[in-house]
Design a protein around this ligand. Structure first.
Ligand SMILES: [Zn+2]
Length: 295
């Protein structure tokens, strides 16, 4: 079963929500990067946020990059998503050692440590939007909520979770973002805050719902009258290609390409996001050199 997002409104549009079931998406990331449980949880949470936040963007060609810079076992995580919620990412340390917090859960915050969250929204031709904030806890959901609050003045309830099985596969992953609209009755915000505090973990909700995102909504939005407006299938997708790699090589200029031909007789490029290894042979490099400009 594929991963899915839904979006909708509650209480006649006073709240808007995004809910995602991303078990498959995160499992694909785990398989590509062969991550250990803490690394899977950290990357999986950011990928889930990335997928939902990508889908929030209006322009078809908009791209969203989320980057976490940490100071402990994990020094950085990068995810990129598009306006259809397709996401890809990597984590600097795919083999972070097992660390548990006092609740006995995977200690993502402790494995990231102090640092920053960077949000880059690329609108194609226009100047990109760049927001940066200090990490609150490194648990990622709180850090994303703080970004919405302080960079966008949008108070938000955010939850992200990944459950890792004993064999390291991803048993459940998902998340939600709920935002009161500017005209929201403060009473509803109180109910929302109170309800979110009492909710079980998002990965438990995913499991309880059998991965059915509409059933997840019934639990997450239980006190509210809500309406699902749209559904979106999402996946872990890398858009790299030999053509893009060759374009990047051409942009290096004639001298650099000549150096590659003379020193290695080939060029090797590894995609960080999907681990595909591209090897460009000598003859092809010569052809690319003809297309490149002298530098
Ligand atoms: Zn790739």
């Amino acid at each position: 079963m594929g991963s899915k997002l839904i979006r909708g409104i509650a209480e006649s549009g006073q709240l808007r929500f995004f809910i995602g079931e991303t078990t498959d998406l995160v499992e694909k990331a785990r398989k590509i990067h062969e991550t250990t449980p803490v690394s899977s949880a950290a990357l999986g949470r950011l990928l889930t946020a990335s997928s939902m936040m990508g889908w929030m963007m209006k322009g078809k060609k908009d791209k969203l990059t989320l980057q976490i810079k940490g100071s402990a076992d994990i020094s950085h995580i990068v995810t990129v998503s598009d306006s259809e919620g397709k996401a890809k990412g990597y984590v600097s340390n795919s083999k972070a050692p097992l660390k548990l917090n006092e609740k006995g859960k995977l200690d993502v915050g402790g494995s990231i440590g102090e640092g920053q969250l960077l949000v880059i929204q690329d609108f194609g031709m226009k100047e990109p939007y760049i927001g940066q904030s200090e990490l609150v806890s490194g648990e990622i959901a709180e850090d994303i909520a703080a970004y919405f609050m302080y960079s966008k003045q949008e108070p938000s309830a955010v939850s992200l979770g990944v459950f890792v099985e004993r064999d390291f596969s991803i048993g459940a992953a998902g998340g939600f973002i709920i935002q009161p609209m500017p005209d929201c009755n403060p009473f509803l915000i109180d109910i929302l805050e109170d309800h979110v505090k009492r909710l079980e973990s998002i990965s438990d909700i995913v499991r309880k719902s059998g991965g059915n995102v509409s059933k997840m909504a019934e639990i997450i939005l239980e006190p509210f009258l809500f309406e699902i407006l749209e559904e979106q299938e999402v996946s872990y997708t890398c858009d790299c290609s030999r053509k893009k790699v060759e374009k990047a090589i051409i942009s290096l200029g004639k001298d650099e390409i000549l150096k590659m031909i003379e020193e290695d007789g080939k060029a090797q490029v590894n995609c960080h996001f999907c681990n595909t290894n591209y090897v460009i042979g000598k003859e092809r490099l010569k052809a690319l050199m003809d297309e490149a400009t002298a530098s």
